[in-house]
Design a protein around this ligand. Structure first.
Ligand SMILES: Cc1ncc(COP(=O)(O)O)c(C=O)c1O
Length: 372
């Protein structure tokens, strides 16, 4: 099976024991070099995938019911996605969206704004004002989108405390892990985690009011309530509409930001662009990833425009201006370097490095590379 169609349309085919001889050998070869934190739930050495089918290195074909943990939402290697990736890779792979502008960043943010605006229109808000109602910060993953939401919530409200739910999964980096409370194993031996995080019962607004506000945290200290509108990893629970509506009302009452973690439920996963639509509730912040890239590492933190109140500071050192000539491989190592004449200006000084490509001076190489 060589083409996308052949594999995508093929049925399940089991030709060897699972894993087969090639898979078994390759798994053994690699295991020692890989972090033992990778759980490897199944000894499957994947060669390629198309649509819903996955082929292993021994030629066995499986029906994929996992889709990269809900990430490959258009199916594996969808031809339109492959074309878009190939086109972009040939045009521009990376330039740093923090420092520079490029069309794709803005285009994606605009598309996300349109979707969030459409959600607002569906719940009856007046969205006739053409000014942007939502702004997006793009990330590389879901956990980073959640980290960004935590930072924005604290920054915007000036409050420190956060509320999440038992059963919730929000990622594994330290901030998002502090919210995650689906299984103890994710947290074991990683503490102390972020201070100021409180957990309530999923599905119960009363547990926030009675247990948290009554005993452990004052509502006006709370920056955000972070919730999956449909609980994912913690058990796939669709809550009652009154739960999310109740959270909205509670947040409005106390000036708390409502964050919907739609990393898993977003981008059409529940039949609507956002799961929020089923409940008729609009949060202040969305976190997205997984289906957003259908396997590409991208996430987004989307917030209502009045909430996006980051105070940015001008860079204290202007960006280095670099004239690159032909790239060259450093003779003594595999690191790449450039035959370059680099002019890096700072507010106070101007440096000039002239690199001689015939030199074996790796220190100077490194210096150039750092500026580059
Ligand atoms: C609801 C939710 N939030 C956040 C995350 C973390 O996303 P990522 O694995 O892209 O960091 C996940 C991942 O499963 C998730 O399901």
């Amino acid at each position: 099976m060589n083409t996308y169609d052949e594999l995508a349309r093929s049925g399940i085919q089991l030709k060897t024991a699972i894993p087969g001889p090639i898979g078994t050998a390759q798994i053994q070869e690699n295991l020692g070099f890989q972090s033992p934190s990778l759980i490897h739930v199944y000894p499957l050495m994947v060669a390629r995938a198309a649509g819903c089918m996955v082929e292993d290195v021994d030629g066995n074909v499986f029906l994929d019911a996992q889709a990269g943990v809900a990430a490959a939402c258009t199916g594996h290697a969808h031809p339109e996605l492959v074309e878009a990736i190939s086109k972009q890779a040939a045009t521009l792979i990376h330039i740093c969206g923090t420092d520079f502008h490029y069309p794709g960043y803005g285009q994606l943010c605009r598309r996300l704004e349109q979707h969030a605006r459409a959600l607002e229109a569906k719940v009856g808000r007046d969205v006739s004002d053409p000014a942007p109602r939502w702004q997006a910060f793009l990330t590389n993953s879901g956990t980073e989108a959640v980290e960004a939401a935590i930072k924005l919530a604290r920054h915007h409200t000036g409050r420190s405390q956060l509320i999440a739910f038992r059963g919730g999964f929000h990622g594994r980096s330290m901030g998002s892990l502090s919210l995650t409370a689906s299984k103890t194993k994710y947290r074991r031996r990683f503490g102390p985690l972020l201070p100021g995080v409180h957990h309530a019962d999923y599905g119960s607004v009363a547990s926030i009011v009675e247990q948290l506000f009554g005993h452990t945290v004052a509502p006006d200290d709370v920056a955000a309530i972070v919730v999956e509108p449909v609980l994912g990893e913690g058990g796939y629970i669709v809550p009652d509409v009154s739960f999310l509506k109740g959270l909205r009302a509670l947040c409005d009452q106390h000036g708390i930001l409502l964050v919907f973690d739609e990393v898993q439920t977003g981008m059409g996963r529940t039949g609507t662009m956002f799961a929020a639509e089923h409940f008729g509730v609009v949060p202040d912040i969305f976190t997205l990833a997984k289906g957003l890239g259908s396997g590409m590492p991208i996430g987004a933190m989307l917030a209502r425009t009045p909430t996006m109140t980051w105070v940015t500071e001008p860079m204290d050192r202007p960006v280095a201006a670099i004239q690159l000539r032909s790239p060259q491989r450093c003779r003594r190592s595999i690191c790449w370097n450039t035959t370059c004449s680099t002019t890096a200006s700072t507010s106070a000084l101007t440096y000039r490095f002239d690199y001689n490509p015939s030199s074996r001076d790796c220190l100077r190489c490194a210096r150039c590379a750092v500026w580059g």
